[in-house]
Design a protein around this ligand. Structure first.
Ligand SMILES: Cc1ncc(COP(=O)(O)O)c(C=O)c1O
Length: 468
């Protein structure tokens, strides 16, 4: 049905959506009953739906709209570049000015972490996917063709392309998709004491075991067959897993001992989310490759990048010499409009000292988050910087989750929506990761509403006899 001439309204949106949209990450058997929530405009940290309802976007879209939903400077940057040169590619040694400027800026921001060159793509998944290709190419070119296996962690999230989803350590991303695709992916533990500690195991003992299990895996498989570990500095979509102190130092020592590369997936952590420019800064990580997306353009336009060290780049030159051309890239690698928006985003971070702002607001955010740990429905509250999660539990002491079929998490999530707050349900948690521009007053609004939503979840759990 063609309706371009019709005035859009909620009813028409729902009707056409249900008729034609295949929704990603959505229960497809239920969307017909609930219908879509259609957003039509944004203002700062708020979005408005097609019925005029306002929501505080507590997850910044998908952990990404760092500068909120109405930054005019980004709109103007896109319009200027569209008018000057709407498209030009980087293949065959061609270039465009925005992508040159953006590479210079990104390498300037990450040189202290060892990065040397930027390879652009459009999404976090692609940035990780091409990181895998870069690594395989590099080891072939430098005479170590056996080094091919990749280690990734339980609850790790690296995206949804065939390879990125294979690295992702969440069952829903594999089931019935015939993934992981490759026996080159090895799985190691997630550093969450709350979820994976054995009975009576202290945090220190848990950390010892987690690191020892990683090393045992490497020894079992043979370090000469293992190329890299892919990891988020702080695991986001897996449930906001904040690594215990000392974790990264010890993991990196293991990797160095066995000559294994480290890919830091900064797709959520990058550009200030944790209170430093990168998660690598927060945790003292020195990676060989970094992947960035989301806040790179405040999500106003798709763009991502795989940043590689000088040593890896030298290997790619070798491979290219051997093969004639480094035969990788997508039509939109370094798209000038996307690069122009990313440049403006990074300029705004600097001009407005966004990292400083996060550091100023984060203590309030974390204090309000931690206060929810006392809520009868909450087993654990955890977070860092401007990211947090509450884990729901039917038994706090024994850390027992609700049966997913009980619908309690969904009840609290829906209650938050009714109260005008968007959070993200992830397994047994509700995650929050608002635009980085959020003010202290808005932080209070976010947690007031989250608290009320949990109260409603508690009422439902009590009503169903699930908690005392
Ligand atoms: C850490 C991390 N890596 C990769 C991705 C995938 O990014 P995209 O959805 O842009 O493909 C995400 C998305 O949430 C992410 O959180």
């Amino acid at each position: 049905m063609q309706n371009s001439a019709m005035t859009r309204n909620h009813e028409l949106n729902v009707q056409q959506d249900l008729a034609a949209v295949l929704h990603p990450y959505t229960p497809l058997d239920k969307i017909g009953q609930t219908g879509p929530v259609v957003m039509t405009r944004g203002e700062g940290v708020y979005v408005y739906d097609d019925q005029g309802r306002r929501y505080l976007e507590g997850l910044a879209g998908l952990w990404c709209t760092s500068l909120g939903f109405s930054e005019e400077r980004l709109v103007e940057a896109a319009a200027r570049q569209m008018a000057a040169l709407p498209y030009y590619q980087l293949f065959a040694g061609r270039a465009n000015e925005p992508s040159i400027e953006l590479s210079d800026r990104l390498i300037g921001m990450t040189r202290h972490l060892g990065m040397d060159k930027a390879l652009f793509a459009n999404s976090g998944s692609e940035a990780n996917d091409q990181a895998v290709k870069v690594i395989w190419y590099y080891f072939n070119a430098t005479g170590r063709p056996r080094k091919k296996k990749l280690i990734a962690r339980e609850r790790g999230y690296h995206g949804v392309t065939v390879m990125a989803a294979s690295l992702t350590g969440l069952p829903g991303n594999h089931a019935d998709f015939d993934l992981p695709i490759s026996d080159r992916v090895l799985r190691t533990g997630c550093p969450s004491h709350y979820h994976y500690a054995r009975d009576g195991e202290s945090e220190a003992q848990f950390l010892d075991r987690t690191v020892a299990e990683l090393e045992a895996l490497i020894e079992r498989e043979g370090a000469d067959t293992i190329a890299a570990l892919f990891a988020e500095p702080m695991q986001g979509a897996g449930g906001v897993i904040v690594p215990p102190p000392g974790y990264w130092e010890r993991v990196q020592a293991v990797l160095r001992r066995h000559d294994i590369l480290l890919v830091a997936d900064e797709v959520i952590c990058g550009f200030g989310r944790l209170g430093d420019l990168f998660g690598c800064d927060t945790y003292g990580i020195r990676p060989d490759i970094m992947t960035v997306a989301k806040a790179l353009s405040s999500a106003y336009i798709p763009i991502s990048a795989t940043l590689v060290s000088g040593a890896i780049y030298q290997g790619l030159i070798e491979g290219s010499r051997r093969n004639g051309v480094f035969s990788h890239g997508v039509t939109y690698s370094g798209h000038p409009v996307a690069a122009a928006v990313a440049n403006e985003t990074l300029k705004l971070y600097q001009e407005r000292d966004i990292v400083g702002h996060v550091r100023r607001v984060a203590p309030r955010f974390q204090q309000r988050l931690q206060a929810l740990a006392a809520h009868p429905l909450v087993g654990q509250a955890r977070g860092v910087g401007l990211v947090g999660a509450v884990e729901l539990a039917r038994d706090k002491q024994r850390r027992l989750p609700f049966d997913p079929a009980s619908g309690i998490l969904n009840h609290a999530y829906t209650a938050a929506m009714e109260l005008g707050l968007i959070v993200r349900p992830l397994r047994d948690t509700l995650a929050v990761s608002p635009p980085l521009i959020i003010t202290e007053t808005q932080v209070d609004e976010l947690f007031d509403k989250l608290g009320q939503a949990l109260d409603r979840g508690l009422d439902a759990a009590r009503g169903a006899g699930l908690v005392g």
